[in-house]
Write a protein that binds this ligand. Structure first.
Ligand code: ZN
Length: 126
């Protein structure tokens, strides 16, 4: 079990930072869900009410896919933030899940929900 090198004050700051991410994320996810799940079949029955750009089904599909892709990444970040808060509670926040080394402050400042140190994160990407 590795120990984090972060002070209580620093941990408190990361917790606040993570918590401040949650509400805007929730808002964005519910907006995107509404956008992505908007029924297209029913809308076709009211062509008068359709905005011009929605007339082309291909455009519509692309927009749906884009919304779904963003939705997926927002949901992913939301899950990461939730798990980072759980690590704060468990006292393992700031330690790389893979190698156990401390994640640098610079990295946590950029990505407070980072679960791996920069070295392991690069290995995962490679
Ligand atoms: Zn690591």
């Amino acid at each position: 079990m590795s120990k984090t090198t972060l002070s209580l004050q620093e941990l408190r700051e990361y917790r606040l930072q993570l918590q401040s991410l949650i509400d805007p994320l929730k808002e964005k996810i519910s907006e995107l869900e509404a956008e992505a799940l908007r029924p297209t079949a029913g809308a076709e029955k009211n062509p008068d009410k359709m905005p011009a750009h929605d007339a082309d089904p291909e455009t519509r599909d692309t927009e749906d896919q884009a919304a779904l892709a963003i939705l997926g990444s927002e949901q992913h970040i939301m899950a990461e933030v939730t798990q980072a808060l759980a690590r704060l509670d468990a006292g393992t926040f700031g330690a790389c899940e893979k190698c156990g080394h401390a994640i640098t402050k610079a990295r946590l400042d950029a990505v407070p929900y980072a679960r791996n140190c920069i070295r392991c994160a690069r290995e995962v990407e490679a």
